[in-house]
Design a protein around this ligand. Structure first.
Ligand code: PBG
Ligand code: ZN
Length: 320
């Protein structure tokens, strides 16, 4: 109680503030998303995401070496294929865009290589699974996910991150990996992924906009917190090594709750719309760029163990 307790003592100067600092952004726990496009000949900026590019396989090789050189420790890969069809068959092509990108990254860098596993970039419908009578068939989609997972593991991926929100996807992937002796391939489950309005810029980037309807029959209703915990619980039982809350900033309650309830590492994904909101505010001069630090810190403070985010490259470059 005042006057014995004076909180302002902790804030006297920057050295004092440092020793009282409870949360630090851990650079080793930041994960940079990278888009590789089979249709491009060079790198192209994504209009709605200033500073973020889609890379041709060639330019990607240089870029990924550069990320490794500046000290980025983790990347998550997204591929845009040449061919789309009803079953997303190029997602499990041995020579597919992501499979090649995994091999290049493993051969040329020491980073942890994560690959997003979904079908929306590969189906002509833009949905995350196989459509039958206007509805995504869950169990048939799992069979494709298994082929995709196996092809990623064959290419040498460290971590597979299934993002399609099909029931049983973690179990299906763990089964096929174990059956093929990939016992050390890690599964980072997009456990509670919401049908969010924050994915728009990504869908432009990954050319994965649904051609009809929306993703509400598989991604979660953003009103539901308890259901999110149930999703996480199921993924743990199915064999996830890492659980995830996505998006990030509007879902701090769930990051906190997941950390409190479980002993697995909690990842969160600060998505394209979150990047766009912050980046554009900074670029236009409306907000100070320290907002990036504040946003990332809030995620670690809430309990995130790792953060996928598009600021990773710049953040690491600026904090040598
Ligand atoms: C694919 C996928 C999406 C994101 C990550 N994986 C898009 C979606 O579900 O529509 C979103 C990432 C972002 O917005 O940055 N299923
Ligand atoms: Zn998808």
């Amino acid at each position: 109680m005042f006057p014995v307790e004076r909180m302002r003592r902790h804030r006297l100067n920057s050295n004092i503030r440092s020793i009282f600092k409870e949360t630090n952004i851990n650079k080793d726990k930041l994960i940079m998303p990278v888009f590789i496009d089979e249709n491009e000949k060079s790198k192209k900026e994504i209009k709605s995401m200033p500073g973020i590019y889609r890379y041709s396989l060639n330019d990607y090789e240089n870029y990924i070496k550069y990320l490794d050189d500046i000290g980025v420790k983790n990347v998550i890969l997204f591929g845009i294929p040449k061919n789309k069809d009803s079953t997303g068959s190029s997602s499990y092509d041995k020579n597919g865009i992501v499979q090649n990108a995994i091999r290049i990254a493993k051969d040329n860098t020491k980073m942890n290589i994560i690959a997003d596993l979904c079908l929306c970039e590969y189906t002509d419908t833009g949905h995350c699974g196989i459509i039958e009578n206007g509805y995504v068939n869950n169990d048939k989609t799992l069979e494709i996910y298994q082929k995709e997972a196996l092809s990623y593991a064959d290419a040498g991926v460290d971590i597979i991150a299934p993002s399609g929100m099909m029931d049983g996807q973690v179990k299906a992937i763990r089964e096929i990996l174990d059956k093929n002796n990939y016992i050390n391939t890690i599964i980072m489950a997009y456990s509670s992924k919401f049908a969010s309005n924050l994915y728009g810029p990504f869908r432009e980037a990954a050319d994965s906009t649904p051609q009809f309807g929306d993703r509400k029959s598989y991604q979660m209703d953003y009103s539901n917190g308890r259901e999110a915990i149930r999703e996480i619980d199921l993924d743990i039982k199915e064999g996830a090594d890492i659980i995830m809350v996505k998006p990030a900033l509007f879902y701090l309650d769930l990051i906190h709750e997941a950390k409190r309830l479980y002993n697995l590492p909690v990842a969160t994904y600060m998505v394209s719309g979150e990047y766009t909101m912050i980046k554009n505010s900074v670029l236009s001069g409306l907000l100070n760029e320290n907002i990036i630090d504040e946003a990332l810190t809030s995620l670690f403070r809430a309990g995130a163990d790792m953060v996928i985010n598009y600021f990773t490259e710049d953040y690491i470059k600026n904090h040598k």
